[in-house]
Ligand binder design. Structure first.
Ligand code: RUB
Length: 299
């Protein structure tokens, strides 16, 4: 599972978190640990392997933390009983994630009306779920999506929209400023939320946010609040994954410096609202919402 996450067979923050939780369930199902202590060590080892797959994935880290926390706080003294806790808290987590995604789609789809032009970037399963919901609600809207170099995740979005019979336009990333004027709303996903209420998403998102502000097009982020990274409270910056240079140019001259960051920060000043499991909230209220709703994330 870790290999699949690392080489992007499984991608997008939500899917990565779901895969990690399923991996812990597999560890629990197949464990040969002879003592509860050995079982917890197996889980902690799995945690390290999963954490090392992609650095900019706090939802995955929070998910793993939630499941392991259930085991560590339990008073059960048999390995089998602890394994059952992993299974039940994994299922609980996945169900809660599903409920959040549905509520986000319900709230966010109210911002789409007949004739709305939606601009998006990359492929976010949360964004496409929202657009699917709007479509199922009988709304006729149009989508503009960027191709999202170097790995073209925008094509996944385009295909999904075409499967829904939504009129879709694909543009190159550098055409964003020219096309943003046609949009009524920008909706993007997120990989991480920081303590200041900034978000981290696919490289290219920040330029789109700037263009949206210049063109006075509202810019919304849709994501579960569990993408919050508690380490940012302690002064750490979210680490930005640097991917292989060959994704940009396979046989590039060796002495050419190539940078390939997968993500970047969008400052909260550009964000009209975060559409999450609490509804639409301003970015600066993220921390209070986490304290109230997910205090264990801060532990
Ligand atoms: C995907 C990406 C998505 C977020 C949100 O990047 O940046 O916008 O992960 O997705 P990559 P979701 O393809 O490098 O993983 O809403 O599905 O969590």
């Amino acid at each position: 599972m870790a290999d699949k996450i690392r080489n992007l067979e499984i991608r997008g923050a939500r899917n990565v978190a779901i895969a990690a939780v399923k991996a812990l369930k597999t560890v629990a199902t197949h464990t040969k640990a002879k003592s509860p202590r050995a079982f917890v060590e197996e889980l902690l080892e799995a945690k390290e392997v999963l954490y090392a797959t992609r650095p900019t994935e706090p939802l995955m880290r929070n998910a793993v933390k939630w499941v392991i926390r259930g085991v560590e706080s339990s008073r059960k003294e048999e390995t089998r009983a602890l394994a059952r806790i992993v299974t039940s808290s994994s299922c609980e987590f996945l169900k809660a994630l599903e409920r959040s995604r549905d509520y986000i789609a319900e709230v966010g789809s109210r911002r789409i009306n007949d004739g709305t032009v939606v601009f998006t970037h990359c492929h976010s399963s949360t964004v496409t779920h929202l657009l699917t919901k709007a479509c199922e609600g009988g709304k006729t809207f149009r989508v503009i999506c960027t191709e999202t170099r170097p790995l073209f995740q925008g094509r996944i979005t385009a295909k999904e929209m075409l499967n829904l019979n939504v009129e879709t336009t694909l543009i190159i990333d550098s055409a964003a400023r020219s096309f943003i004027k046609q949009a009524d709303i920008v909706i993007v996903g997120a990989d991480a939320i920081s303590a200041e209420g900034n978000i981290i998403n696919k490289i290219g998102t920040a330029a789109i946010a700037v263009h949206a502000q210049e063109a006075r097009v509202p810019f919304y982020v849709v994501c579960e609040l569990l993408k919050f990274d508690p380490a940012t409270l302690c002064g750490y910056y979210e680490s930005i994954e640097e991917r292989n240079r060959t994704e940009i140019w396979r046989n590039a001259p060796e002495n050419l410096v190539i940078h390939n960051p997968a993500f970047e920060i969008v400052k909260r000043d550009f964000i009209h609202g975060i559409i999450c499991e609490e509804g639409i909230i301003p970015p600066h209220s993220v921390y209070e919402t986490i304290v109230r709703r997910y205090p264990w994330v801060l532990a």
